[in-house]
Design a protein around this ligand. Structure first.
Ligand SMILES: NC(=O)c1ccc[n+]([C@@H]2O[C@H](COP(=O)([O-])OP(=O)(O)OC[C@H]3O[C@@H](n4cnc5c(N)ncnc54)[C@H](O)[C@@H]3O)[C@@H](O)[C@H]2O)c1
Length: 317
């Protein structure tokens, strides 16, 4: 993690779940952070939100002594944006809202400002439709919570320039993240598409009565989840082929997969099935409070992340 002066100061537009988490991480990395949101209780919410994140930042190795020193709460959007090198936008996931917002932001921003949206589904080409210079805008999609999860998907719009993508990558790397630049726009980007594909089969298996949610979760976190925390699916199967690598894997086992693909479920998410899923998930997990489950999750994720980082391993290698 290396603070990079060319990205200072940063403006956060929209300080909800994602904006607050980004703000905490930017501050921990030494950046001046201006926060803009329409919320009446903005200052209280942001400071309280960052306070809740502080212990995780400490666990990640950040010195949080002066965490709030470079935090600026700015209700005036013009003042918040003027002079910012980076704008990380985290407003509501709504096309019209984002298009109008970017039209305004562009008017207030300096010429060299880079616009990054946390959008989890609306592509940059749509969001930037009303911009005069859409080449300086792209998606910088985090995985929640951004202060903890390493991945950021950088997704260009049709007009995004190469230099914007390179700067976005450098910026996220300066925060210790693992940014990946996608080669083109696609609905849901990559991580959420993979999650949706796997979850489709999870829902099918539970609705079919093959396995209950807690046991399915154990299947995942004791096997493919663990494997994929270390190496992704392609490297895992490269190794699954022994000395013959991916080629042997494909010829031996991989080529049979289409048979299984044909058999995968396409569950209907009608009201009856949704209620059935809610009932079985509550049966397995309803006895423990969400707060405790969240604390356990954060503790486990932090251990995995810290262990890989402390061994000097780069998630991208
Ligand atoms: N929550 C997630 O898991 C997640 C993950 C990745 C990406 N995202 C994306 O991040 C973005 C924000 O999501 P969130 O979950 O933080 O939403 P959120 O509802 O928690 O926060 C949105 C914030 O935007 C503010 N806002 C509304 N109008 C505004 C305006 N005109 N100017 C400034 N601020 C305004 C709201 O007051 C609110 O604080 C979305 O684009 C979403 O798709 C969310």
């Amino acid at each position: 993690m290396t603070y990079n002066e060319q990205f200072n100061p940063i403006t956060i537009i929209g300080a909800g779940v994602i904006g607050t988490s980004w703000a905490a991480l930017f501050l921990a990395n030494g950046y001046e952070v201006r926060i803009n949101d329409i919320s009446e209780t903005l200052e209280y919410d942001v400071k309280n939100g960052i306070k809740n994140i502080e212990s995780t930042l400490k666990d990640l190795g950040y010195d949080t002594t002066d965490l709030y020193e470079k935090l600026i709460i700015e209700k005036d959007q013009y003042q918040a944006v003027k002079g910012a090198k980076i704008i990380q936008e985290n407003g509501p996931e709504n096309v019209e809202f984002k298009q109008n917002l970017y039209q305004n932001l562009e008017e207030y921003a300096d010429e060299e400002t880079i616009f990054l949206t946390s959008s989890s589904s609306i592509p940059a080409s749509i969001i930037s439709e009303k911009m005069h210079n859409p080449e300086r805008m792209c998606v910088g999609h985090p995985f929640n919570p951004p202060h903890l999860i390493p991945l950021v998907e950088i997704v260009p719009g049709k007009a995004t320039s190469k230099s914007t993508l390179i700067k976005a990558k450098e910026f996220y790397e300066s925060l210790g993240k693992s940014p990946i630049i996608l080669k083109k726009e696609i609905n849901g980007f990559v991580a959420n598409r993979l999650q949706a594909a796997i979850f489709q089969e999870c829902v099918h298996l539970v609705l079919e009565g093959v396995v209950n949610p807690k046991d399915l979760d154990t299947v995942v976190d004791r096997s493919i989840g663990l494997r994929w925390a270390a190496d992704g699916p392609f490297l895992s199967f490269h190794l699954g082929g022994g000395n013959g690598g991916f080629e042997h894997f494909m010829q031996h086992l991989g080529k049979n997969m289409p048979e299984l693909w044909k058999d995968l479920g396409h569950p209907e998410l009608n009201e009856e099935n949704i209620n059935k899923l809610i009932d079985v998930v509550n049966l397995d997990y309803g006895d423990t409070s969400i707060k405790i489950l969240e604390e356990k999750r954060d503790h486990k994720q932090l251990k995995i992340i810290k262990d890989l980082i402390s061994r000097g391993e780069d998630f991208n290698d």
